[in-house]
Design a binder for this molecule. Structure first.
Ligand code: NAD
Ligand code: IPM
Ligand code: MN
Length: 367
């Protein structure tokens, strides 16, 4: 049998820096665990624009459709701020999500014990936190038509459309219920059914799907109240399911419960391919962090934990995923901190690459 295939798209800014640390983990798995991958690398985002004039070349798109999983670093940066909207780096990422039909975006927010003191919230609010946000990723206001900037009378109008079909809501709701079944069997659906028709439909369809999952305790919350509850007492949640835009906002918020945006991984999953594996792309929740790019300061943990999600969801290697998560836990318990996690007095930050090396050393020690 051939090795599982991985397409690595490091992207822009800190993307290549954090991805280099994932490559160390991939190398280690091949050398020490006999888990070899066929790895290819390509461009996405601003770097693809620089070379091809588009943020995602068609050949790269085709490769992404064929591999078992895609790993992405981050895209974007100030250099590209003034580009035409259609070729902005972010369009490359959105095209991947849309054309691979990656409708279920899993964004776990887990507070590692060693970081419980670090969150901007009180320790007992976040200690032991383990929640999962399921964000719909291929529809909603990100993709709805009509959209654009139009002339209207003597001024311009900017239009985006929130649009959800029943089947789009149904499939992401099912993914969320399935996850809840494997976790603590609680699902909270968030929308704004009080002001949006798409929210009314969302609530109806999720409720209907819930009838197939009688063991899951389903609740509904308006997304604004959900944001408040996430900061008040996040441990009331197990799985949250929400739309594309609310999910974008709520997952950045959830990131800060764990200490830093540099900690939050994600998996974007589609329908199963012929081999039974879901179409999949794994990426940290954070962006290209232009303010710290090129300085060796970036926290590689979000990207490394995204690879752990790939091991779990694409490669049936839950045991190796756990080993990797334990290794991350262990370096944090030893007090290693990249600059984004500083706060304790007298602690010197480690670099991106030192953090990656320390995680690999913990993997080695686990054998
Ligand atoms: P950002 O996530 O890049 O950065 C926000 C803040 O968090 C910055 O202060 C940054 O230094 C810090 N940060 C983020 N990741 C970190 C890490 N791993 N280690 C340490 N600190 C980290 O968000 P932004 O500044 O709003 O956006 C910058 C660019 O990234 C924009 O072009 C945006 O569109 C893009 N972006 C891309 C993605 C993606 O590729 N998936 C996600 C979000 C933003
Ligand atoms: C994310 C990012 C993206 C989004 C951007 C870069 C397109 O913020 O993955 O959270 O808005 O989905
Ligand atoms: Mn975001």
């Amino acid at each position: 049998m051939s090795n599982p295939s991985l397409l690595i798209l490091p992207g822009d800014g800190i993307g290549p820096e954090v991805m280099a640390e994932v490559s160390k983990v991939i190398q280690w798995l091949g050398d020490k665990r006999g888990m070899k991958f066929d790895v290819s690398e390509d461009l996405v985002g601003g770097c693809a624009y620089d070379k091809h004039g588009v943020p995602l070349h068609d050949d790269t798109m085709a490769k992404a459709q064929e591999v078992d999983a895609v790993l992405l670093g981050a895209v974007g940066g100030p250099k590209y701020d003034n580009l035409d909207f259609s070729v902005k780096p972010e369009r490359g990422l959105l095209r991947l999500r849309k054309e691979m039909d990656l409708f279920a975006n899993l964004r776990p927010a887990q507070c590692f014990d060693a970081l419980a003191d670090f969150s901007s919230l009180k320790k007992d609010v976040v200690a032991g936190l383990d929640i999962m946000i399921v964000r719909e990723l291929t529809s909603g206001v990100y993709f709805g038509e009509p959209r654009g900037i139009f002339e209207e009378g003597n001024e311009r109008v900017g239009i985006n459309t929130q649009r959800y079909t029943e089947s789009e809501i149904d499939r992401v709701a099912r993914s969320a219920f399935e996850l809840a079944m494997k976790r603590n069997r609680k699902l909270c659906s968030m929308e704004k059914a009080n002001v949006m028709e798409s929210g009314i439909l969302w609530r109806e369809v999720v409720t209907e799907v819930g009838k197939d999952y009688p063991d899951v305790e389903l609740s509904h919350m308006y997304a604004d109240a959900g944001a408040m509850q996430l900061t008040r007492w996040p441990k009331q949640f197990d799985v949250i399911v929400t739309d594309n835009l609310f999910g974008d906002l709520l997952s950045d918020l959830a990131a800060m419960l764990t200490g830093s945006l540099g900690m939050l991984p994600s998996a974007s999953l589609g329908s199963p391919m012929e081999n039974g594996r879901p179409k999949a792309l794994y990426e940290p929740v954070h962006g290209s962090a232009p303010d710290i790019a090129g300085q060796g300061k970036a926290n590689p943990i979000a990207c490394i934990l995204s690879f752990a999600m790939a091991l779990r969801y694409s490669f049936d290697a839950g045991n190796e995923a756990e080993r990797l998560e334990q290794a991350v836990n262990a370096v944090l318990a030893d007090g290693l901190r990249t600059a984004d996690l500083l706060g304790e007095e007298g602690v010197q930050p480690v670099s991106t690459s030192e953090m990656g090396d320390a995680i690999v050393a913990k993997l080695e020690a686990s054998l």
